[in-house]
Design a protein around this ligand. Structure first.
Ligand code: G6Q
Length: 559
């Protein structure tokens, strides 16, 4: 794609300065006019007009193939979307991220999760330090710790080997490791299990520790800040639970608790020996941290070699994103096509539908990645956007979803673009399960796109009164994302694909994808309410609804 004659942002300052004004861009306005032409057209006609469409809109990179042909796009749509990316300075912004420029301007931080998987020997300088060297020092420490847990060399306080590893963390310090543990469960050691406690609801802790012998249980307290309310309360409960069973000996903490954090002072205050702390850095956002030390539980589960393969998968997708022309660039195309639906078709959601049970928690992970990154209404220059930003991301694995919510995808009144994710080879090749699974995912994409007309239904002899109920409009778009097999490398590739897709969209929308101010107010208000629940006098300082709800709860608890 040639550089556009339209305004092209080249530096972070330019990027911020031009982050408003999206809808005034010529490419945007051309897309609006183009949408009026495309929206009445049916995928049936687009396929009829171009018999090669199934291959021309299919791209492969970093071991991932994506068939975009069942989208309501033409070559012209892509040309205009690519011109939009060009006008928004995507290339320059991407280079700035990889280089370590402080593109998270509201927090004055670099965004260097790509350095977490850079190969040993790479140089990425930030404030005079080669961050890749630091990354590998931590990876090496993680590897020797993971090996000692895996081989039983690390013993608990009473001399027993560790059988249960429990990660305590929330948000970015939980969703990634929890998702990855499920995703790679079939590659995990059977010598121990990993469990996850995140919710401040005590039920989470009780259920996660059910059946665990404290003498065989290791807690990883994962918190970038080491001040998060939920994590700190769960860590204190875990310490009490562990010590109570281990003779209340404070020395037991060193054998049953390690920390992943950037905050050595708070880690030491909690009682964890900082030699059992694995660090990371303020240039890694929580939701981009599952391949940092936050992935310690993943490394313990699958081993350092498999973890390294996962990092290679990430790196391959980073390389693809960074070097492939946008017209064939998977994250860029995914991001732009997402913009096409969110901003021109007005779609409010995106369904992510993995056809592999191991990816049970993948859409929950993506909810944070995309919605916390791009669920913003303020541009980098501080104005309110006059365009929509992140859609709602949701979904669950097929084929279960087919027997639940797919009805709405096929015949509902809302247009829901879908990401199907499938694998050529099964992790467990039993009977012909995989053929059945693949037949289903292919059939769903076909049915959504082409549907079944009233004429076809009627020709089958369906009575006129019933035929409208059975009619499937079709023209419902989807991507088919295909990898070879779900293994650590493929997982790394897939996550990096979505990370860079989110980056692409944040750049087009002109927002900062790397802060999360929207979660702060609720935390502050909760801290204010906590003492009011037990105070001598009823609450009067809030609105009448909140006062009433607090006082109702107090009464229910006999206060
Ligand atoms: C992610 C967010 C957020 C964060 C959690 C946990 O990008 O920053 O989800 O990960 O609030 O924070 P700590 O790791 O500091 O406990």
């Amino acid at each position: 794609m040639p550089q556009s004659a339209q305004s092209s942002a080249t530096s972070i300052a330019d990027f911020a300065a031009t982050s408003g004004g999206l809808t005034a861009l010529p490419a945007w306005q051309q897309l609006e006019a183009h949408h009026a032409e495309i929206s009445p057209r049916h995928l049936r006609d687009l396929f009829h007009e171009d018999p090669t469409r199934g291959s021309t809109f299919c791209h492969t990179g970093a071991g991932v193939t994506i068939d975009f042909s069942k989208h309501r796009i033409t070559k012209r749509t892509l040309e205009l979307l690519l011109a939009l990316a060009d006008a928004r300075g995507l290339r320059a912004h991407m280079d700035a991220m990889f280089r370590g420029d402080k593109i998270n301007t509201p927090e004055n931080r670099a965004v260097l999760h790509t350095a977490l998987r850079a190969a040993k020997g790479t140089r990425i300088m930030l404030d005079g330090v080669n961050v890749v060297e630091e990354v590998h020092v931590v990876l090496d420490r993680m590897a020797s710790f993971a090996d000692s847990i895996r081989c039983g060399g690390w013993k608990g306080h009473t001399g027993k080997r560790i059988r249960h590893v429990i990660n305590i963390g929330i948000g970015g310090s939980d969703l990634g490791p929890a998702m990855a543990y499920d995703a790679l469960r079939s590659y995990s050691s059977d010598e121990f299990d990993c469990r996850f406690v995140s919710n401040v609801d005590a039920n989470d802790f009780v259920l996660a520790t059910r059946g665990c012998d404290p003498a065989e249980t290791l807690f990883i307290v994962s918190s970038k800040t080491f001040t998060t309310l939920e994590t700190m309360r769960n860590a204190q409960t875990a310490r009490a639970w562990s010590m109570a069973a281990l003779g209340n000996d404070p020395k037991s903490v060193a054998k049953h608790f390690v920390a992943v954090s950037t905050n050595a002072t708070e880690v030491a205050k909690f009682g964890i020996d900082t030699s059992n702390m694995f660090g990371f850095w303020d240039w890694v956002g929580g939701r981009y941290s599952m391949d940092s030390a936050i992935g310690l539980s993943t490394m313990i589960a699958v081993g350092p070699a498999a973890f390294a393969e996962m990092l290679e998968g990430f790196r391959e997708m980073d390389q693809h994103f960074r070097t492939t022309p946008f017209a064939n660039n998977l994250p860029v195309l995914m991001g732009l096509i997402g913009i096409w639906y969110a901003n021109f078709f007005g779609c409010q959601t995106l369904a992510v539908l993995p056809y592999d049970q191991h990816l049970d928690r993948f859409s929950a992970y993506l909810q944070q990645l995309e919605m916390e990154s791009n669920g913003k209404h303020t541009t980098l220059s501080g104005e309110r956007v006059s365009w929509d930003t992140c859609p709602i991301v949701w979904g669950q694995p097929g084929t279960n979803g087919q027997h639940a919510f797919y009805q709405m995808l096929h015949q509902g009144t809302r247009l829901v673009p879908c990401d199907f994710i499938a694998f050529d080879h099964p992790v467990h090749d039993i009977a012909n399960h995989h053929d059945l699974l693949i037949a289903n995912v292919l059939a769903q994409a076909e049915a959504l796109a082409f549907g079944k007309t009233l004429a076809e239904i009627t020709a089958e002899g369906v009575p006129a009164w019933l035929a409208p109920h059975k009619t499937m409009e079709g023209n419902r778009p989807s991507s088919m994302i295909i990898c070879d097999k779900l293994d650590p490398r493929a997982l790394g590739r897939l996550i990096a694909l979505y990370e860079h897709k989110a980056f692409t969209q944040g750049c087009i929308w002109g927002i900062n994808s790397f802060d999360q101010w929207g979660v702060e107010l609720g935390k502050v208000l909760a801290v204010r309410i906590i003492p009011e629940l037990t105070a001598a006098a009823p609450a009067t300082a809030h609105d009448s609804s909140t006062n009433n709800l607090i006082n109702r709860y107090r009464a229910a608890r006999g206060r």
